[in-house]
Ligand binder design. Structure first.
Ligand code: FES
Length: 427
């Protein structure tokens, strides 16, 4: 209770009004020093138990049979697709209507999404590197927790308990978002889900004010849009693809950085995603010496509501009409291939909108890039050493947020540092 009261006041102060923003954003160093909400996490896990590294992402159906349940969970998620009070009625209807069409799309890309394969590979390879670079927190154990597909967050949490983390045994886990740019629709939704299952499986129901002894101590890597290793991995893949154009055409290729769009209702609520995606794009362009014309464009809009544009598809069609036929599509907000790259970009945008023109190409996704996997390991090692529970930015809610779930989730993750200190002091 003693921990919760000042924390609650601090988080509410930090998140309830837009007027709080300038004071908090003035200096993250000052924020860290001057505010207890993101105090360092004490390293309580020894070499025996190690550290669970949990990769969070949306996931995708591994087979066409899983498409129905995937879509039904996706459209039920008000954090991702806000449908108002009728969400539980409209969501399943939309999911059912879209299932046959989306099943066909998955059939065309090989019968399922490769996101699980890549996520498991990236997590496992990262942990091998981390065991060398961060021996004090080793062994590092890789887990994947998806929001809408297997392995679901609930199942992964149960696996953590079965493996001896939490449930009275204590231990440390890092929730590592695989969305480099934070959105309340993506990382926020995954954290809400993680907090929900943590409360159900380990915590007290209701307010959760008193932390149970021996629960998992969580910290979060919540955003990394301009991490130098991520930027380098993107830049390498772009340079590889640019090298496939004849030298005399290369300087005139337009780079189209394509990210998943957001409903304007989410953007206008103050979501940080558009600014963070732009930060990635700008950092990659700086690494490329600002040598090319480029645009940030947005894909995957669904439904009749206004979404953030310009749309990738419209942009390619318009440039083609103007005679610009050398364009390089760069998936800038995904860390591996999934339907948005393999179907939407490759088959719809390049195959249909650009009519398969040889000058319109896509940069390979990060997938198994060794540079990318090293970046993940560097990022994770720095996080483990820093002892931060989460970034200062994660504590600040969107100016237009009215969700009590967001508030409770943020309070929980920020409180993790205090919980761990209390346990260490009692030990
Ligand atoms: Fe962004 Fe709640 S919607 S913090």
């Amino acid at each position: 209770m003693a921990l919760r009261t000042p924390l609650t006041r601090a988080v509410r102060r930090a998140t309830s009004t837009a007027t709080a923003t300038p004071a908090l954003s003035a200096s993250s160093a000052q924020w860290r020093r001057g505010n207890a909400t993101v105090a360092p996490v004490t390293q309580s896990t020894g070499p025996k138990k190690g550290t669970a590294m949990v990769f969070m992402n949306m996931g995708g159906p591994s087979t066409t049979d899983e498409v129905g349940s995937f879509l039904s969970m996706l459209f039920a998620d008000a954090d991702l697709i806000p449908l108002g009070r009728l969400q539980n009625y409209i969501g399943p209807l939309i999911a059912r209507r879209r299932t046959p069409k989306i099943q066909k799309q998955y059939a065309e890309i090989g019968g399922g999404s490769p996101i699980r394969k890549w996520s498991e590979h990236q997590a496992a390879e990262m942990c091998k590197l981390l065991d060398q670079t961060s021996p004090e927190t080793a062994p590092h154990k890789p887990y994947v927790a998806f929001r809408y597909a297997n392995p679901l967050t609930e199942d992964t949490y149960k696996q953590l308990l079965a493996d001896g983390f939490g449930g009275g045994n204590g231990g440390r886990a890092v929730a590592f978002t695989q969305y480099p740019q934070y959105s309340c629709s993506t990382t926020g939704s995954s954290l809400n889900e993680l907090w929900k299952w943590r409360t159900r499986l380990e915590g007290k129901r209701g307010s959760g004010e008193v932390e149970p002894k021996g629960a998992i101590n969580w910290s979060v890597i919540d955003r990394w849009p301009a991490h130098s290793g991520l930027v380098e991995a993107f830049a390498e893949l772009i340079e590889q693809k640019l090298a496939t154009y004849p030298a005399e055409r290369r300087d005139n290729v337009i780079l189209l950085f394509s990210a998943h769009s957001l409903p304007m209702s989410v953007v206008n609520r103050g979501d940080t995603y558009p600014a963070e995606v732009a930060a990635t794009v700008y950092a990659v362009m700086q690494r490329l010496g600002m040598k090319y014309k480029y645009r940030l464009v947005w894909q995957s809009q669904v439904g009749p509501q206004p979404w953030l544009g310009a749309q990738t598809s419209d942009t390619v069609k318009n440039l083609m009409k103007k005679g610009q036929t050398d364009m390089l599509l760069i998936p800038i907000a995904f860390t591996s291939d999934h339907i948005e790259t393999l179907y939407e970009l490759d088959k719809e945008v390049i195959g249909e909108d650009a009519e398969g023109h040889e000058g319109v190409k896509r940069v390979d996704s990060l997938n198994g890039s060794p540079t990318f996997i090293k970046a993940l390991a560097d990022l994770a090692a720095a996080h483990l050493k820093s002892g931060e529970a989460c970034s200062p930015q994660m504590i600040l809610r969107c100016p237009g947020c009215t969700s009590e779930r967001c508030l409770a989730q943020k309070e929980f993750f920020a409180r993790q540092s205090g919980q761990d200190k209390e346990e260490a002091a009692a030990a």
